[in-house]
Design a protein around this ligand. Structure first.
Ligand code: NDP
Length: 246
């Protein structure tokens, strides 16, 4: 049904839970060769075993996206495992929401390091290969917060605005044969609220996430849609949120 995903090599950052894990499982079922990166290698190994048990082709690599060397190694291992890489999904992210006047400056820096520099490190690591073979696709997972800001999401949204800008600039600069896609999720089931250190805000987020989320597989289907288009069709942006989310 989806011949253009079969045998594509897709590297996914932040694949140890939530949306990244769902993307890995969904694409593997469609016949992609998936390479999973994250810091929690035990979780990666158990996901790898389950994908492999279902006949999927999978490799896992320890990855901290804040390190350029580490990201380069991740891409190198992906290439060695499967003979090249066709798609990089820059998915890893954290969302420690807080009011600016809480001055959680360490968390601001962590968000900038993971959500922005992590994506730039991914681009710097995969683009040379894409340019060499004159094809490839970046899929950057932003958020509805890439175009919307609310109280407590100031810095988080700023990081996602930045990824949207980076994606658009990249799209314009690279060759006509390299695709750049952003997928912007709304409230989606995952472990994302675990990074919120303020107990009251975490409770609020968890309550919202319990009552009004879509499964992470919904985002995985959007990613698959962008990949399975013919090479001359670049789906630039997909916004996917719960029907009830305003
Ligand atoms: P999760 O917390 O479930 O997943 C986040 C993933 O990022 C984990 O696999 C985590 O792995 C990884 N990660 C975090 N820091 C690093 C790091 N330094 N290096 C490598 N990997 C890292 O949340 P989601 O699945 O929800 O988040 C995925 C993306 O979706 C994020 O970019 C998030 O901003 C975005 N998003 C999510 C929404 C939602 O409602 N869930 C809405 C909008 C956007 P590990 O800890 O093992 O390293």
């Amino acid at each position: 049904q989806y011949p253009s995903i079969r045998d594509k090599v897709v590297a996914i950052s932040g694949a140890s839970s939530g949306i990244g894990e769902a993307i890995a499982r969904h694409l593997a079922k469609k016949g992609a060769k998936v390479v999973l990166g994250a810091r929690r290698t035990e979780k990666l190994k158990s996901i790898e075993a389950e994908i492999a048990a279902e006949g999927g082709q999978v490799a896992v690599v320890a990855l901290d996206v804040t390190s350029l060397d580490n990201f380069r190694e991740f891409i190198a291992v992906a290439e060695q495992s499967f003979g090249g890489i066709d798609v990089l999904v820059n998915n890893a992210g954290i969302m420690p929401l807080s009011m600016i006047n809480s001055y959680k400056t360490d968390e601001w820096n962590q968000m900038i390091d993971v959500n922005i520099k992590g994506v730039l490190n991914g681009i710097a690591s995969a683009l040379p290969s894409f340019e060499r073979k004159n094809s490839g696709q970046f899929i950057n997972i932003t958020s509805v917060g890439d175009r919307w800001v609310g109280p407590t999401s100031t810095v988080y949204s700023a990081t996602k605005f930045a990824v949207r800008a980076i994606s658009e600039g990249l799209r314009q600069e690279v060759s006509n044969h390299i695709r750049v896609t952003i997928v912007a999720p709304g409230a989606t089931e995952s472990e994302l609220s675990n990074s919120i250190s303020d107990p009251a805000l975490k409770k609020m987020a968890d309550e919202q996430f319990r009552s009004d989320t879509i499964p992470a597989e919904a985002i995985a289907r959007a990613v698959a849609f962008a990949i399975e288009q013919p090479e001359d069709v670049d789906v630039n942006e997909l916004v996917v949120r719960p029907t009830a989310q305003k």
